[in-house]
Design a protein around this ligand. Structure first.
Ligand code: NAP
Length: 291
């Protein structure tokens, strides 16, 4: 990687082109699934008290499903829905054979406990990979529905032949949806993993040892080139809207480019691959539910 950097500059890990390849693969697999089982995989998205951001996300997922031939259904529920009523709605989806995958859009209104709601999903339909059974299986290294964002990060590393075995990896951020599962996936691929978070006193010192740096925080410019080891590989999950609607990652891209061997751009890095991992989970879940 060092040589590559010195000879031809850093590699840009292009998530859009990988997503296009994965989309074609998924489209073929969905067609094969349909021939074999006489039905298509179906994803149900549950939206409680929608806003512009969650509408945008639902539209993006609908389009992604349509592009590969999957069925998409959106259930919109009022913001004052009671927790028990929501759980009953989820139980209906859990029991419906046509529904193979379920997502409950987050964040939920304050009066709803996300942990209780996620635990109410049938783990076989939990295509966000957030149910305790799926995260527990992931922790144990057992087959599981894995959270989409970190699965996409690993897919990018694999696609670009970046081996993590034996490398020092630092994951900044420890959420259940990104940081923690990413650390587990890197560990399963034999990296030596450190997890940094808001109480880590000297982030620069920790990052300075890392061959692979993964950032999932939500703070623009948190990580700069000066904090990185020369030749590091950087996966930036951050999505931050700054002035004029511009979207940037958590890594200061310009200064990082001076030192890294490879980096995901924002936008166009991890984001597009995340959606493909969701669709892959729906297909995996649908296959597992065929008897
Ligand atoms: P989150 O739940 O808010 O977690 C943020 C994590 O960052 C926490 O673990 C927090 O530490 C840590 N943190 C906060 N300030 C820090 C600091 N100064 N130094 C080091 N660590 C710090 O966020 P998330 O859901 O994981 O999302 C993280 C980012 O990824 C966001 O920008 C989000 O938009 C983006 N995202 C991207 C995708 C994608 O497809 N690319 C998907 C989902 C999310 P504590 O635990 O100590 O509070």
């Amino acid at each position: 990687m060092n040589e590559q950097n010195e000879l031809s500059g850093p590699r840009i890990l292009d998530g859009r082109s990988l997503a296009a390849t994965l989309r074609e693969e998924l489209r073929s697999e969905v067609a094969r699934f349909q021939v074999h089982y006489g039905t298509v995989p179906r994803l149900d998205v549950v939206q409680v008290a929608g806003d512009a951001a969650s509408d945008w996300y639902a539209r993006a997922i609908r389009r992604a499903c349509q592009q590969v031939g999957m069925t998409f259904e959106l259930t919109q529920l009022p913001g004052d829905i009671g927790q028990q009523v929501l759980i009953e709605r989820l139980a209906t989806l859990n029991a419906r054979p046509e529904t193979h995958g379920i997502i409950v859009q987050m964040p939920l209104p304050k009066h709803l406990d996300p942990d209780v709601v996620i635990a109410a999903l049938d783990p076989r339909k939990d295509v966000d990979g957030l149910h305790p059974l799926n995260l527990g299986r992931l922790a144990q290294g057992l087959p599981a529905l894995v959270p989409n964002t970190p699965a996409g990060g690993m897919e990018l590393l694999r696609h670009y032949d970046i081996s993590v075995a034996g490398k020092q990896a630092v994951v900044v951020g420890r959420s259940n949806v990104v940081g923690k599962p990413m650390a587990l996936l890197l560990l399963h691929e034999h990296a030596t993993v450190t997890i940094a978070h808001s109480r880590t006193p000297n982030l620069a010192e920790v990052l300075g040892t890392a061959d692979i740096v993964v950032v999932a925080v939500g703070r623009p410019g948190l990580v700069t080139g000066a904090m990185l080891k020369r030749g590091a590989v950087v996966v930036d999950f951050g999505i931050n809207e700054v002035a004029d609607g511009e979207v940037v990652g958590d890594v200061d891209y310009a200064s990082a480019l001076e030192v890294v061997a490879a980096i995901t751009p924002v936008p166009g890095g991890t984001g597009p691959v995340t959606n493909m991992m969701l669709l892959r989970n729906v297909l995996t879940a649908a296959k597992a539910q065929q008897v």
